[in-house]
Write a protein that binds this ligand. Structure first.
Ligand SMILES: [Zn+2]
Length: 437
């Protein structure tokens, strides 16, 4: 297959509907000019809709049950303990690995699911915000001085967002400027066969400030729009530079959109109330398994809406047998979640997907959730909310919306023609195909 140089601008959490509105209103002039004559398509994300799961699906062109990431936390194999999955847990080679094996050059910055980057990658790779420091984020320690010189940081300071949103927005702009300097310096060295630049700050701003943007809060909305403007300028400049190399296939993509979170809903608290999960009080976001009684528990949840049965032969001391017992239980839990109502009588959960429908085959199938619940309008689903409550104040202002990811390109044929016709896995397959893999 003919291969092209592939460039992916990965704008985490850029909502398709917001992008369309801002572009039409003239707030994204660089990207608007870039995409005139091109195409923007709404994409479906993947379930569970979590950024590392999403980007692993794009970089491998495979669904979660094959690549093996299901969220930012997993249950450790053979234990009632949380584990943080990393690039090492991805079970199939990514675009970056496959190009490297073929002797082609790669450059990737900040993509969730790429920490720690393997030293076998053939080109500069800087992993994601899970890296504890710059030295451990890089595929080659020789990159660290350049990262420092560019003022590159792995993430914006999200802790200040609630206390001082303006300072957070200024910090987010500084982070994306530093990243831009780094990418341009790396491109000064050579063009690479694949360049993937991931921008995290729109996702961070979405979680922190989605409500202010939606309500057009006069105190905050202009600053949020400034951040979008900064990303527009930086992405536009970068796209122009990347396209100056003939034959480059350039795609802009986001992994999910955003929706308002007015309340957080603790799925484990619901499972406790319904008698499926038996644990001592005092479990927390950091340790949902504290005091869990394996001999009495039939189901437990991990953020965002992943429900796992306590299966015999999978969980330590698991009690739910495969077969009809398991099917009955899944049906009851799914029906119960769909019947869960908030104080206004509205649904908390809008859909419950069966693991068997989402995850058909793959080496990681045994680790896949048995159900994935999607939040209804206004809710943010958690395994455990901040205060362990069934329904409580939202920890965030915006939550991921799986129906509104996007793909765009100045070359219309590089992205799907129909809105919502394809998902992130299909986008990954398109990119692999463009790279001749
Ligand atoms: Zn996010």
């Amino acid at each position: 297959m003919a291969s092209r140089r592939v460039a992916l601008l990965a704008l985490d959490g850029l909502d398709h509907a917001l992008f369309t509105r801002l572009r039409a209103g003239g707030a994204l002039p660089r990207l608007d000019a870039l995409l005139r004559g091109g195409r923007v398509a709404r994409l479906r994300s993947v379930h569970p809709c979590v950024s590392n799961v999403c980007w692993a699906s794009v970089l491998t062109g495979e669904p979660p049950a094959r690549h093996g990431l299901f969220g930012f936390v997993h249950r450790a194999a053979g234990a009632w303990r949380l584990a943080i999955p990393t690039a090492r847990d991805i079970r199939v080679p990514t675009l970056l690995h496959r190009l490297s094996t073929a002797g082609r050059r790669v450059c990737a910055i900040g993509v969730p699911g790429t920490y720690p980057p393997s030293s076998s990658l053939n080109g500069p790779v800087v992993g994601d915000f899970l890296a504890p420091d710059l030295a451990r984020a890089v595929s080659d320690p020789g990159l660290v001085p350049l990262l420092r010189e560019c003022g590159f940081r792995l993430d914006a300071d999200v802790r200040i967002a609630a206390r001082d949103p303006r300072a957070f927005l200024a910090d987010a702009r500084a982070v994306v400027e530093g990243e831009s300097r780094l990418v341009h310096r790396l491109l000064d060295r050579e063009p690479y066969d694949a360049v993937i630049v991931h921008v995290m700050v729109l996702d961070r701003a979405g979680h922190a400030l989605w409500g202010a943007l939606e309500d057009r809060d006069p105190a905050l909305a202009p600053g949020i729009l400034d951040l979008y403007g900064t990303v527009d300028r930086i992405a536009g400049e970068l796209a122009e530079r990347l396209l100056s190399v003939p034959g480059t296939a350039l795609v802009l993509a986001s992994d999910h959109g955003f929706a308002r979170a007015r309340a957080s809903a603790g799925v484990n608290a619901w499972l406790v109330r319904e008698g499926y999960l038996i644990r001592d009080p005092g479990a927390t976001v950091r340790d949902p398994f504290r005091g869990l009684k394996p001999a009495l528990t039939r189901a437990y949840a991990l953020t965002p809406g992943r429900v796992y049965l306590n299966r015999e032969g999978r969980e330590p001391g698991g009690i739910v047998r495969a077969g009809p017992e398991c099917e009955r239980l899944l049906g009851k839990i799914a029906d119960g979640l769909l019947a869960w109502r908030g104080p206004d009588g509205g649904a908390v959960v809008r859909a419950v997907h069966r693991g068997t429908d989402l995850f058909r085959d793959g080496a990681a199938l045994a680790d896949a959730p048995d159900l994935v619940a999607e939040p209804a309008e206004g809710y943010d689903l958690r395994g455990d909310g901040e205060d362990g409550a069934l329904l409580g104040p939202p920890g965030v202002s915006g939550r991921h919306e799986a129906a509104r990811a996007l793909a765009a390109s100045p070359e219309p044929e590089l992205v799907p023609a129909g809105d919502g016709a394809e998902d992130l896995v299909a986008l990954g397959q398109r990119l692999l195909g463009l790279a001749g893999l």
